[in-house]
Design a protein around this ligand. Structure first.
Ligand code: ARG
Length: 470
């Protein structure tokens, strides 16, 4: 075996690595994404080594300058990836040694790739998580703005996918605004767990040097230090938490998309997507398909799968670092990219769609959406017990169905045949679509007053969230 064929860890090895080992073992094809964090971690580590007297000032300065140069080389695609160098950590270290010789070889003092890689990933989650928080913020902001414009649009609310009650379209939009606030909180929680220093744990038992971990924590802007070196290298809880948050978010994203797909269909027709966000068919000239929404619904399955991947991968692992853990990045990177593009896609659709109030009204009428209001009128104004009121209105709806009519065009005599209270203006007000929403006066309800109140609270929540973006 020539010197060139020797690995950075190859001291004890007599034979050169087989091709299958190299192909199965390499991770640089995906973990190159960690290059910025790896260099950030290495610079902090080098500064610490200088502080405790392992590197001279001169050596530190050489290392820092060369690491910055390597970062530029990587950004410009000038560093060739070789599977024999396994991962991004080895690529950077070997390039460093190429540039500055013996000094480069000192960088890995008091460090193992085990603490190095988990630190890189934690930093990566922190950096990318902040971008995701920004995208969630932007989407929530769009929901808020659209809700303001949709205050007076009345659409059907559904349960069991059957018309239930009239709601203000703002109510619908803000329902997702609040779901996304919870997602934002879960992401923030994952960021807090990631803000932990693992570096200094070494391979798993700690290191034989007076490593200054407090200094490293400050250098990397982290908020805590892992208390146990074994836990430091072994834990992937921050990844799990992040992937759970991403999955919850994608479940919300997928449900929003399912609504968009349904509501923009010919059968529902209560909203229209702009042409620029839809596709045609190569055979059916009339088609206008909601592909973005379908794709996001599809992608949500992958993100949930990624969480499952890590859960299953971790469940039987013996204590501390095992090479299986190299696979964790695939799930993480894929989920981050998928969440980002999905958030953007939903935002574009929300900003672009227009409501179709005529279709909403037709659906509300045909769906007897104010039947509950009529029962409530009997309770409130005529002091009839709710269960009896329910029965009377149910009978009325039954007659409508039989005569193929709505609550609005059934004759007064047919109405009175069910109850004397179903006469005149009082009845009309009780079933009115336009008045219905404003009868929902409970906190969080769909009346205009409550919606205005909701918008104010939403704005406060946005202002609070904005603080986390700085
Ligand atoms: N590429 C490896 C990973 O992602 C780095 C750590 C390797 N450690 C080791 N002892 N082989 O997990």
């Amino acid at each position: 075996m020539t010197q060139k064929e020797k690995k950075l860890w190859g001291g004890r090895f007599q034979e050169k690595a087989s091709s299958i080992l190299e192909r199965i073992g390499e991770s640089v094809s995906f973990d190159h994404k960690l290059y910025k964090e790896d260099i950030q971690g290495s610079i902090a580590h080098a500064r610490m080594l200088q502080k405790i007297g392992i590197l001279t000032k001169e050596e530190l300065s050489q290392i820092e300058t060369s690491l910055s140069l390597i970062r530029t080389e990587l950004e410009e695609g000038k560093l060739e990836f070789k599977s024999e160098l396994e991962d991004i950590h080895m690529h950077i270290e070997s390039r460093l040694t190429e540039l500055i010789g013996e000094t480069g070889k000192k960088l890995h003092t008091a460090r193992s790739r085990n603490d190095q890689v988990t630190q890189d990933v934690r930093l990566f989650i922190l950096n990318q998580g902040k971008e995701i928080l920004r995208s969630i913020f932007n989407l929530r902001n769009s929901l808020y703005e659209k809700a303001k414009l949709s205050l007076d649009v009345i659409i059907p609310g559904y349960t069991h996918l059957q018309v239930a009650q009239p709601i203000r379209a703002s109510q619908y939009l803000l329902s997702w605004f609040w779901a996304l606030e919870r997602d934002q909180e879960f992401i923030r929680f994952a960021l807090q767990s990631s803000s932990e220093l693992a570096l200094g744990s070494g391979a798993m038992a700690g290191v034989n040097y007076p490593t200054d971990r407090e200094f490293l924590k400050k250098e990397l802007g982290l908020s805590k230090i892992s208390h146990n070196s074994m836990d430091g290298v072994a834990s992937r809880d921050h990844i799990l938490q992040f992937l759970f948050a991403a999955s919850q978010l994608m479940i919300h994203a997928s449900r929003i998309c399912e609504d968009i797909i349904l509501y923009s269909s010919q059968e529902f027709g209560i909203l229209k997507l702009p042409d620029s966000l839809t596709t045609g068919s190569s055979i059916m000239p009339q088609k206008k398909n909601p592909d973005i929404a379908e794709l996001i619904r599809g992608k949500s399955g992958r993100v949930i799968g990624n969480l499952n991947h890590i859960l299953v991968m971790l469940k039987g692992l013996p204590s501390t670092y095992n090479r299986d853990l190299q696979e964790d990045k695939l799930a993480l990177f894929d989920s981050i990219e998928t969440v980002q593009i999905s958030l953007e896609g939903i935002q574009a659709m929300i900003e672009g769609w227009i409501w179709v109030p005529e279709r909403a009204e037709a659906s509300l009428k045909n769906g007897f959406a104010t039947a509950t209001d009529l029962a409530d009128y009997l309770v409130n104004e005529k002091k009839i017990p709710f269960r009896t009121a329910h029965e009377l209105v149910g009978t009325l709806v039954g007659i409508c169905v039989e005569q193929k009519k709505t609550l609005f065009d059934l004759s007064e005599s047919d109405r009175i045949s069910v109850s004397e209270h179903f006469a005149g203006k009082e009845y009309e007000d009780a079933v009115s679509l336009s008045l219905s929403a404003d009868k929902k006066i409970s906190y969080g309800g769909t009346s205009r007053k409550r919606q205005e109140e909701q918008l104010k609270i939403a704005l406060e929540s946005l202002k609070e969230a904005e603080k986390w973006l700085l």
